[in-house]
Design a protein around this ligand. Structure first.
Ligand code: HEM
Length: 392
């Protein structure tokens, strides 16, 4: 495969290995700080409200119709992130374009069979497969798109636009304008693009998958679904909206999400040794890559009772959290490379699930029983139903 082309497209990916790893800290301390994430709650509220309104229309107009929840969750995650990161407008066609580009870039980065990456002499194989052309096309489209949005934000700032809402791109541009030194150098346009693209690639699918897997697990386990809905509806009471602060009282919801992330988070984490190291008696030479098998650790029978069963109760009164301090449970990774989007992800996921489960009951289509439901079925189709207590 043409290495120059690959470099262009995998800008975000490559950046991880160099100075960008330091620049990523910007995300942690600045862009994705608790304060910033809370300030963008209005976006999560508007997007979830629009999803709930769509489902209400469907329940009223076409009772018993099923919905493709996988699609709805992907759109929710993509729209929420596009608005938070780039300040795009809800109804804007560009949200759909950015969502698609992020998906395509993500697929290409995950393309493990790019032969030329392993055996450069065989790069022609990738050409034949059309991978190079596709990579080049997506790369150009992503760059052009992000450049256009970045330029619009610079113009807005120069015009003294009175929109005091700051999106992630504005914060990066402010850092660049202040000539703040990040990771030993000033933030370049290329790095800004890379950070923005990384947020999309890292944030959309992971959040949508967590929502989808939670719904699958609880539709398969009606006892858990009932218990969860009782908790959520008990907290919300007669109110017509769920406030973010209500989530603090939804302890079982937090356990349910933790259990989903135990069973359905990334399988492997990669780490490159900066120098020769000894790990448990194995020597890893400098630049050697070690893989942490999170999948196995999260299912280790020495740690987890009935490890293959979905049992949110195991997290009640347990001290497991998302800080990566416990080597038995770390769905957001650990150490210096830990996911900087934890708070953004948790606010979004908790808020979306609380709403979807408060305002609707959920049934399997075609009278299917929970026992017959196949967890591997994609996409996830479910039927939203007006709850018997009439919350609609
Ligand atoms: C449930 C949702 C999510 C899960 C389970 C998740 C999990 C992870 C994991 C396991 C890593 C690798 C950590 C390591 O190597 O130690 C990671 C990295 C990352 N995540 Fe998340 N994440 C989620 C949502 C998000 C969101 C919403 C954002 C952005 C708003 C985000 C941004 C990032 C970034 C920027 C990185 C670093 C990428 C890199 O350095 O290569 N994540 N995430």
């Amino acid at each position: 495969m043409d290495r120059n082309v690959r470099t262009e497209v995998t800008e975000a990916n490559k950046a991880r290995a160099s100075d960008m790893a330091k620049s990523m800290k910007v995300c942690v301390s600045g862009i994705l700080s608790l304060k910033r994430v809370q300030a963008l709650q209005f976006i999560r509220e508007e997007e979830v409200a629009s999803l709930v309104a769509k489902l209400r229309r469907l329940v009223n107009d076409d009772r018993g119709a099923r919905v493709n929840l996988s699609d709805l969750f992907l759109t929710l995650a993509s729209t929420t992130l596009s608005r938070s990161v780039l300040g795009l407008k809800s109804a804007d066609e560009s949200i759909r374009v950015m969502g698609q580009l992020a998906q395509q870039a993500s697929n290409l980065l995950g393309e493990v069979t790019a032969v030329g990456d392993y055996i450069p002499a065989l790069s022609w194989v990738d050409h034949l497969r059309g991978l190079t052309r596709e990579t080049k096309r997506v790369s150009r489209a992503v760059h052009e798109f992000l450049d256009r949005v970045i330029d619009e934000h610079i113009e807005k700032q120069n015009d003294g636009d009175d929109d005091d809402r700051k999106y992630f791109v504005d914060i990066l541009l402010e850092l660049q304008a202040k000539k703040d030194v990040i990771g030993g150098h000033e933030l370049s346009r290329k790095e800004i693009r890379a950070v923005l693209l990384t947020l999309f690639i890292a944030g959309i699918e992971s959040s949508a998958t967590t929502l989808e897997c939670t719904m699958k697990e609880i539709v398969k386990n009606p006892r858990i679904m009932r218990k969860l809905q009782e908790e959520i509806r008990g907290v919300v009471g007669n109110k017509s909206n769920i406030h973010q602060s209500d989530l603090n009282q939804m302890e079982y919801l937090k356990c349910v999400i933790k259990e989903t992330l135990r069973l359905h988070s990334a399988k492997l984490l990669a780490r490159q040794a900066s120098e020769d190291v000894d790990v448990g008696g194995f020597r890893i030479p400098a630049k050697g890559v070690g893989l942490i098998n999170m999948w196995a650790i999260h299912r280790d029978p020495d740690t987890w009772d009935r490890p293959l069963e979905y049992l949110p109760e195991r997290f009640v009164d347990a001290s497991y959290d998302y800080t990566g301090q416990d080597q038995k449970y770390f769905p957001f990774g650990l150490g210096r490379r830990i996911c900087p989007g934890v708070q953004f992800a948790m606010f979004s996921i908790e808020y979306a699930l609380a709403n979807v489960l408060c305002w609707f009951d959920w049934e399997l289509p075609d009278g299917m029983s929970a026992r017959d439901f196949d967890m591997s079925a994609v996409p996830l189709h479910l039927v939203p139903v007006q709850p018997s207590h009439g919350s609609l």
